[in-house]
Design a protein around this ligand. Structure first.
Ligand SMILES: C[S@@+](CC[C@H](N)C(=O)[O-])C[C@H]1O[C@@H](n2cnc3c(N)ncnc32)[C@H](O)[C@@H]1O
Length: 209
């Protein structure tokens, strides 16, 4: 079982080795006075903890080039950077990046920030990555197609793998079905236990050997 770490400050918590800020933290409140994310990038989403838990036991080599799609406040991006990966956070909403920045500093990691939609990621952009991750970022009907098309481009760009966490939305299940028909795919019911118990699914797709 994981060690219980005492929070150094009120409204700061630990999950899978990284420190994150609660909505009530003074830095978060301060940032919220200036920005207001518009596409659900207004908190950490629990699916990112599913991703972290799943990746704990996976061999992710230091230096792995990771694209975190719909990174939001950056929980998954920060987790992977803390494990020595070179991480880019992609989000169409530039307002999320102030939250990501402050939490990156808190964890002494660097994340490359990229404003844009996954539909904008061309083959030459995707060639720069080995692994794509995403936490709760297949929630609108149109995102199923946007994901699937990007994954086809990613496969031809040589990206090896995509790992996604999700509570089990119908859109995510639809994407999983499409992936299963095209690539070696695992769809696993999963739970995380930090910072609290949360149940959902992890989708792990092998795009290339
Ligand atoms: C539900 S939040 C999840 C955030 C983060 N992954 C987490 O687990 O805390 C979805 C995020 O995806 C972003 N987003 C939505 N559609 C997107 C798209 N087509 N391309 C890139 N980012 C997108 C939103 O701005 C938002 O920050």
């Amino acid at each position: 079982m994981p060690e219980i770490l005492e929070s150094p400050e009120k409204y700061m918590f630990n999950a899978y080795g990284i420190w994150l800020l609660d909505n009530k933290h003074r830095f978060v409140k301060q940032i919220k006075k200036n920005v207001s994310p518009s596409a659900h990038g207004d908190k950490h989403w629990d699916s990112s903890y599913l991703l972290m838990d799943y990746l704990e036991d996976e061999k992710v080599k230091k230096g792995t080039r990771v694209l975190d799609v719909g990174c939001g406040w950056g929980p998954s991006a920060i987790y992977l950077a803390n494990r020595g990966c070179k991480v880019t956070g992609l989000d169409l909403d530039e307002d999320v990046f102030s939250f990501l920045e402050v939490q990156s500093v808190l964890n002494s990691v660097n994340i490359t920030k990229r404003v844009g939609a996954m539909a904008d990621m061309k083959k030459k952009d995707l060639e720069q990555f080995d692994l794509i991750v995403g936490g709760d970022i297949c929630f609108w009907d149109e995102l199923v197609d946007e994901w699937f098309k990007m994954l086809k481009r990613a496969a031809s760009a040589g990206v090896k793998r995509v790992v996604m966490g999700d509570p089990g939305r119908s859109t995510f299940l639809e994407l999983a079905d499409k992936c299963e028909l095209k690539w070696p795919t695992s769809m696993l019911p999963w739970y995380s236990h930090q910072p609290k118990r949360f149940e959902g699914y992890v989708l792990d797709v092998q795009l290339n050997e």
